[in-house]
Design a protein around this ligand. Structure first.
Ligand code: KG4
Ligand code: ZN
Length: 325
């Protein structure tokens, strides 16, 4: 069964085909139009998705050497609602036209399952750290559709903190890769920043973000690379300590990561310093992509599930909730 997956929840218009043999094609069109605004403008994102979705899906089908998939999966949330709706409705319409099943996928479940694209033998259960622009959550994934939240941020997402600190350092959007590049030339020990932890396995990034903003205001002549390095060091420390603790508390040593911040080299290297059993997807499968949506759709369909055609798109949706009927 070859499944066309479509992703349009933020600023990537993406389509991919996954079959029994694995990933057959993987097309990502990253919208650059938002750079001039310093962040993703929802309305602009929706229009750009509408412009690009047909060509992106055609390229994915051509890359897989097929003219018609056996099913169509799409991100049905969470995300920018107008953006999600483009891919979600396009997938439904295509499924009707082709007479094949449609399946609406939770974007977060896509990130949770993405490691299986490169490690198909990965066995349940595993701990998953999802760190993106909108989410910072630690999950225990016990089986398909069985995801338990172990901890999450009580305020900002880690990616959001990267983006805000990037702005303070005079860098553009997206901030994460820019901070990572700048931090390479900085001395992380030059400034000491807080490493806030909350409760059992929860996290918090707003205090750290405020500390960086205050530091930049207090020391306007400070080397921005040192600030970037100190900030990145603090985020990595906090994330790694939570993962290590989650593994100790659950007794589950297999760990995967996903979401844009999971592409961060310092985070990946710090995780490699632990004695955990790591499954780190390649960077391109940590950031938003459609391969993970096609894979999640295929696994759900193989489990006998599909979605009704009146399934609505959702701006908010945690993966611990079941798929709507
Ligand atoms: O998962 P994602 O592509 O989109 C969603 O938010 O769903 O994540 C985007 C976030 C942005 O905040 C971006 O700054 C951050 O991931 N990011 C990074 C890196 N690459 C992307 N943060 C730190 N280091 C990176 N290399
Ligand atoms: Zn994402």
């Amino acid at each position: 069964m070859k499944v066309l997956g479509i992703e349009s929840s933020c600023d990537e218009t993406a389509a991919a085909v996954v079959g029994a043999e694995g990933l057959l094609s993987d097309i990502i069109h990253s919208q650059t139009v938002h750079e001039q605004y310093g962040g993703v403008v929802p309305e602009v994102a929706s229009r750009a998705h509408a412009e690009n979705i047909v060509a992106t899906c055609r390229a994915a089908l051509a890359g897989a050497g097929i003219v018609r998939p056996d099913a169509v999966a799409a991100t049905s949330g969470p995300g920018l609602l107008g953006a999600v709706l483009v891919g979600h409705c396009f997938a439904k319409a295509s499924a009707i036209a082709w007479g094949v099943p449609f399946i609406g996928i939770n974007h977060l479940e896509g990130h949770l399952l993405a490691p299986l694209l490169d490690a198909p033998d990965l066995e349940w259960p595993w701990i998953s750290l999802l760190v993106s622009g909108g989410h910072t959550t630690l999950y225990l994934a016990e089986g398909l559709g069985k995801y338990r939240v172990l901890g999450e941020t009580i305020d900002d997402a880690a990616g959001e903190a990267f983006d805000k600190v990037a702005r303070v350092c005079g860098l553009g959007y997206p901030g994460g890769p820019a901070i990572e590049a700048l931090a390479r030339h900085g001395d992380a020990g030059r400034f000491s920043l807080p490493r806030p932890l909350r409760g059992q396995l929860n996290l918090s990034f707003s205090g750290l973000k405020t500390a960086v903003i205050q530091l930049a205001a207090r020391e306007p002549d400070a080397n921005k690379a040192d600030i970037a390095a100190a900030f990145q060091d603090a985020v990595v420390d906090v994330l790694v300590s939570r993962v290590v603790r989650a593994a100790a508390e659950t007794g589950v040593r297999r760990v995967t990561i996903g979401g844009g911040v999971a592409a961060n080299t310092a985070l990946r290297e710090a995780l490699r310093q632990t004695d955990l059993e790591l499954y780190l997807p390649p960077r391109a499968r940590c950031t938003d992509n459609a391969a993970m949506i096609a894979l999640a759709g295929r696994l759900r369909l193989l489990a006998g599930e599909s979605s009704a055609l009146d399934l609505t798109a959702r701006a908010r949706w945690t993966p611990s909730e079941l798929l709507p009927p």
